[in-house]
Design a protein around this ligand. Structure first.
Ligand code: PLP
Length: 481
């Protein structure tokens, strides 16, 4: 969709310019601001989103990507994805309005929420959004009344018991109940045109996609027997957003491609979609947050000595803490609590929902002589649960110092309002000229196409190269032992 994104929407980054440079400039500016206190902001590399898209097209050539707006509804992200030609998966009226506002046609929108508010169904009907999902007969009844020309996608449950964030606890119908629903739809003259599923996010087993694709095939057969003309298969989301994920995107793609070839071979007339969220945006966003308060407490205070998330990927959980530094004056060892302006009920909600352990990066590398202190990071809400990270070993930090967190693009922006707070965090968008030109030409420069292992490499823009991105060591027990 040409014309959604223009050069005015982002900072054009030239060769040799890095995230570090931009973050340094912005933190310096924020620290010196006299009118308005800025305590947190994002830098978003739209080039990283472009790169993800090219990688997607390469790895899953038969799948048409849609973007799950709820994952990050910031204007820069929506515009770059619209420019790349993606469709959009919306969970409510506000999301449909948002993408229509930037010029996305109704034909590229799926209202993919199996439990919908009637007013929102009416909005979809009025504004031409015809593809809706459902997983129960009550929804069918609502659609018959409020949107009779809707085309419905049946959302089936998956076994997501091993996924970090489970969706089938709430959404999706069991295979054994599908026939009943398809019959109800037929009786009510509702067109069922496809099947969708979501294997949950952070699923450790790529075969979960293959199992759900096989289930979907059975539902297609049931639908055909009942006279439904089904032609859409929606693979949902759950594709990882970071490089170091337990299961790599390329690995999942290979499982998905094989399952598609087996159950929905090329030429079968089925349009394959996926609704991706975190895959596109996680690694594109870096957050800078400043310390707004600090206090020392005795380490013997209950519950202050370690991270409690029990997340196996957390460095603080995986490694035993180093021996406590002896206090110079012989007094009892202490731990330092730093308070940030953002916490679990806002940007760091992944701690709550995805069991993550956000790891801060310090803008300035401390010297090896600098002592490290047992430390933890807390959000602004006055309750004992608003803990972002524990079990850290950091040099002495001060109020006003900045901490940087990478991979902060998914379910962070826009979540403040979902969780009852206001979203105030500023976002500075940037993109390298190379990425911008690749986007406008809609093709990946040949020499940057792939490495020897078939992995999609970043666009060469200095921006995404690890060396330049690294702002200093990560001070978890694992990294200093
Ligand atoms: N599709 C649906 C129906 C969802 O509910 C979600 C997220 O909750 C997504 C897609 C995107 O999931 P992910 O961010 O794991 O790709």
């Amino acid at each position: 969709m040409a014309g959604c994104l223009s050069e005015a929407d982002f900072v054009m980054v030239e060769e040799g310019f890095s995230t570090r440079d931009l973050l340094e400039q912005l933190t310096l500016g924020a620290s010196q601001a006299t009118t308005e206190e800025v305590a947190a902001f994002f830098v978003a590399d739209l080039g990283a989103v472009v790169r993800k898209h090219f990688c997607f097209l390469k790895c899953l050539p038969r799948v048409r990507p849609f973007y799950a707006v709820k994952c990050n509804n910031s204007p820069g992200v929506l515009k770059v994805l619209a420019e790349l030609g993606l469709g959009f998966s919306c969970a409510n009226k506000a999301e449909m309005e948002l993408v229509q506002h930037i010029g996305v046609p109704a034909s590229k929108i799926i209202y993919a929420n199996p439990c919908k508010q009637i007013a929102h169904i009416k909005y979809a009907a009025k504004h031409g959004v015809r593809l809706l999902s459902f997983d129960n007969e009550m929804e069918l009844a609502k659609v018959v009344k409020s949107h009779p020309s809707a085309k419905m996608v049946l959302c089936i449950a998956t076994d997501d018991s091993h996924s970090r964030s489970r969706l089938s606890l709430k959404f999706g119908v069991l295979l054994k109940s599908c026939r009943q629903l398809l019959e109800d739809a037929k009786r009510n003259h509702v067109e069922v045109v496809g099947v969708s599923f979501h294997i949950g996010s952070g699923c450790p087993d790529p075969q979960a996609y293959a199992r759900s694709i096989a289930d979907a095939r059975l539902v297609f057969e049931m639908g055909a027997e009942l006279g439904h003309r089904m032609h859409i298969l929606d693979l949902g989301g759950g594709f990882p957003g970071v490089e170091g994920a337990k299961v790599r995107f390329e690995e999942i793609s290979s499982v998905v491609n094989s399952a598609l070839d087996l159950y929905f071979p090329e030429g079968c007339g089925v349009d394959i979609l996926a609704k991706l969220g975190r895959y596109y945006v996680t690694s594109a966003f870096t957050l800078a947050v400043s310390i707004i308060a600090k206090k020392e407490v005795l380490l013997e205070q209950p519950g202050r000595e370690a991270c409690h998330s029990s997340n196996p990927s957390c460095a603080a959980c995986a490694a035993p803490p180093p021996p406590l530094p002896a206090e110079e004056n012989g007094s009892a060892p202490k731990t330092i609590l730093y308070q940030l302006s953002e916490g679990e009920y806002g940007i760091f909600n992944s701690v709550l929902f995805d069991n993550t352990c956000p790891t801060p990066i310090l803008p300035k590398k401390p010297s090896t002589e600098q002592p490290l202190y047992s430390s933890s990071l807390w959000g602004p809400v006055i309750d004992g649960c608003d803990c972002i990270a524990e079990g850290l070993w950091l040099p002495q930090l001060h109020v006003g110092d900045w901490l940087v967190f990478e991979n902060m693009g998914a379910y962070t922006v826009g979540m403040g309002s979902l969780l009852g707070g206001a979203q105030t965090c500023r976002i500075t968008y940037a993109m390298s000229r190379v990425a911008w030109e690749a986007l406008r030409g809609q093709l990946l420069p040949a020499e940057q196409d792939e490495d020897a292992e078939g992995t999609c490499r970043p666009l060469s823009c200095g921006w995404e190269i690890t060396d330049t991105l690294c702002m200093g060591p990560v001070f978890t027990p694992a990294s200093i032992m």
